[in-house]
Every structure is written in C-alpha cells, then in structure tokens.
Design a binder for this molecule. Sequence first.
Ligand code: PLP
Length: 416
Amino acid sequence: MNNKLFDEAQKYIIGGVNSPVRAFNAVGQTPLFIEKAKGSKIYDANGRKYVDYVMSWGPCILGHADDRVVGAVKAACENGLTFGAPTEKETVLARLICDAYPAAQKIRLVSSGTEAVMSAIRVARGYTGKDKIIKFKGCYHGHSDGLLVKAGSGLLTESVPDSAGVPKGYAENTLLAEYNSVKSVEALFKVNDDIAAVIVEPVAANMGVVAPKKDFLAFLRDITERHNALLIFDEVITGFRLAFGGAAEYFGITPDLVTLGKIVGGGMPLAAYGGKEEIMSVVAPVGNVYQAGTLSGNPVAVTAGIETLKILRENSIYSSLEKKASTIEIAYKEKGMNVNRCGSLLSVFFTEKKVESYKDVLRCDTKQYANYFSQLLKSGIYVAPSQFEAMFLSAAHTAEDMEITLNAIKNLTFGI
Ligand SMILES: *Cc1c(COP(=O)(O)O)cnc(C)c1O
C-alpha cells in the first residue's frame, strides 16, 4: 500500500513528499504513508502500528492527538479558522511563552521555524546595523537562503552540500564555525568587525544530537557581548523540550534572541521569535524591520499552543522524559553502540569515536544506519529515517513501549 500511495504522490507532488527527509532516501526505502496516530503510536496505510520516536520531528511532546489539545482545537475551529486580526488568545499564548522564557520579553508569532529564524536574523541585523552572522556547521536553522550553508538534517544526506538557487552574495554574509570549537569562533571575530549575531542550536540536534561542551554556550554569551553582537538561540527543537524554559533554563544562559517552533504550536503550524524588549522594538509597526504574515497568530494554531504549554507547565514531565531516554541510552550502550544523549534528546551514531563535532558526525556509516533503521521498523519501532536526526520521546510513551523498544534494541543483529 505504501508503494502504491508513493507512486501516486509522485505523479503530483515533486518527489512525492512535502519535505525531503520524508522520502526515506537516506535509508533506501519507500516512505510510510501515515493513516493516523494516537499517543505514542503511529499507523501506516497498511494498518501497521509502530512505536513512534519521530513524533513529527519534535512537536508531539504530549504524544499524538492528545485529547485535551484536540478538544480545544475542535472548539476553536467552530469560531472561525482565521481572521487576520488580533485575538485575545494570541496574548494568552505570548504571555505563556514570555513567562516560560524570560529572555523573551517581547515576542512575535509566525507560522514556521524557518520564518522565525529568518525574522530573528533580520532583527539582529536591523538592531546592530551589521550584516554578517556566524552559524555552526551541521546546525539547521530552516531553509531560508542565507542559512543553507553547511546546514544539517536532510542536507547532510543529500549529495549536494548546499542548495542550488542561493545567490553567492547571501551565503557570503554567513560565516561558518565549528560547533563546540571556541577557537573557530574566536578566529572569525578576529578578522570580521561586522558580525551582527551568532546563531546556534544550544544542543545541536540536526546532525544527530551533539551536546555543547561545558562552557561552550557561556563562551558564546561572552564573546558576543564583547563584540556587540547578538546571541541567538535557535530553540525550535530544544524549547519546551529540554526544560519548560528550554536550553536557556537547562544551561542557565540567557540569549538576546530566541526562536521557538515545533512544540510551541502543539502540532499546528506555529512558531515564534522574541528577545529583549529593546531589540524587539525594531520590529514593525514599532520599528522599521518589516515582518508580517497572513496566518501569523492563527487562532486554531494558537489554541493548540496554549493548551500544550499549559499542560506542560502544570504537569512537569521533564524528569520522566529524561528517565525514559536514559533507559533507551543504556540499552544502546549495552549493545555496544555509540549514543549521545542530552535531556530527552538522543541519537545513535554509526562510528566508533565519541561524537562531539560536525567532523565526527561526518564519519558515520549511513549504510549501517539504514540497516539499523529497517531492523527497528520490522520490530514495530519507527525512528528517524536518517542518521542525522534526533530520537524524540513523549509523555505518552508507556512502560510497555519501553519494553518493546528495549527488546528490539537487544535483538539488533549488529553493533559497533
Ligand atoms: C525544525 C527546525 C527549524 C525549521 O523549522 P520549520 O518549522 O521546519 O521551518 C529551524 N531550526 C531548528 C533548530 C529546527 O530543528
């Protein structure tokens, strides 16, 4: 059935998918077409059930189709799908975000992580009057032009390193540093005096999970301050996942700007960027940095976000998420596999050496990953169809799911 649906999709949708990693190219298989999902389980078009560790790439921290979120969304739909005018609910969500994330004194709601990051960078440039930004190899910040330079995620498994169609001039303002390398950042600041911002995934999770070395984020905080550049935390994955206050809370580092996505929309297309009031004051209609969106602050998406954040605020799930992730980590280790974990984010790497940088990541054997992926799939476990992604846990993963997963890991017929 999946084959048939994929053939049909390819007739009309380029590549048959609406986002490249979904095509399963990196694991050489036909993608699963999803019929439905509930809690920790996802069902494909053949009615096969899997324990899901993709969780829509992060948003579903409460599990799929949480009754409370779905109930609130259904009720919101009855009142209209979009108005293009302000609603009180937008303020409710904004306040929830600002309270959870004190570095965000003022925010703006948008519809995707890509849009949030693109806008935050425009704000950083508008505020500082400088053009260059530093990004880290292997970090993914969405698909806007200037950021598709050594980006992670789907781009690490594509044959071309960067995207065609990006003018050279755009990428010229993007300086590349090595994640976890203090030296590489210092070197860039030494020869460039027009750096507007450093953007980083505080825990890199789009080249597989690579945690920041001790003091790396504190170093970034310090060097940006010394050079009047802004520090942007791209918390599209880590926000509301590492802790309710994201990586900023988890590591105790305050960025100037933050981008949030995935969890913040509770499964609907919603994202946000925000930061210090003084900096955000450059955004129109208050300032002269333009950013807008027909569906920004969409009432249905906002409702899903509010409900999700309220549940997360009131039932702290983070220690139990971390416990589940740790149980899985131990199972991989017992199998002799190479695993990185930070909070509830984890991934296995098919390379012998400890993975601490983008260079280490590139050593991975993606063929072995593909083999591992298909074995787990056969055991009813759905992990990311690529080496360079994280494994996502949710509150809905049960003790029984853990047991099935540990068993499947135990039965893998290879290991490094
Ligand atoms: C997913 C992701 C984005 C892009 O978000 P989209 O909603 O897919 O546009 C940006 N940054 C990070 C860190 C992400 O993981």
